[in-house]
Design a protein around this ligand. Structure first.
Ligand code: ADP
Length: 169
């Protein structure tokens, strides 16, 4: 195991948007955790072929929630959003793979679950924008900001899987 870990550490830095190792920050929001949807969310990203490179459960403070949603500070729903995001533990994750930021958003579905296609997480599992179960980075800049905010570089594992060549070519 020690040797394997050393090999992981020697793995080149990954996570650059537009490469095969693009990374996105995905978080199961407090309602998703409460409703028992952790495994469902992980399953969809896993079955798609993406690689989970970091994960932890964390109960965010309102300050952390506000920092996470910094770009929405001026919006009328911001105070309610901060309370919602800090209302219970979340499952924070980093997923890696080709086009994971954009494709991850498709797996999530539209922000408003009533506009989200059936077959997406929001289309299948929730009803209103105020309780839409999951977060996903919406671009390379937010992905970098969010991954850096919730995880240290050491908490993100760069590793290869023997099945990778059956998933990407
Ligand atoms: P997304 O989460 O799809 O990236 P936004 O960045 O626009 O969507 O908004 C962040 C989150 O803020 C949404 O997921 C949702 O929880 C909440 N939100 C957005 N718009 C509204 C709204 N009009 N009313 C209540 N909550 C909202």
């Amino acid at each position: 195991a020690q040797q394997e870990r050393a090999e992981c550490a020697a793995f080149p830095y990954t996570g650059v948007a537009g490469t095969g190792n693009e990374r996105s920050f995905i978080a199961i929001k407090p309602d998703g955790v409460q409703r028992g949807l952790i495994a469902e969310v992980i399953s969809r990203f896993e079955k798609k072929g993406y690689k989970l490179v970091a994960m932890k459960m964390i109960w965010a403070t309102e300050e952390m929630a506000a920092n996470h949603y910094d770009d929405l500070k001026g919006r009328p729903f911001f105070p309610a959003l901060v309370k919602y995001f800090a209302s219970g533990p979340i499952v924070a994750m980093v997923w890696e793979g080709p086009d994971v930021i954009k494709t991850g958003r498709k797996i999530l579905g539209a922000t408003n679950p009533q506009a989200a296609d059936v077959g997406t997480l929001r289309g299948d599992f929730c009803l209103t924008t105020g309780r839409n179960i999951i977060h996903g980075s919406d671009g390379p800049e937010s992905a970098a900001h969010e991954i850096g905010m919730w995880f240290t570089e050491k908490e993100c594992s760069a590793y290869s899987r023997s099945i990778d060549s059956w998933i990407v070519a």
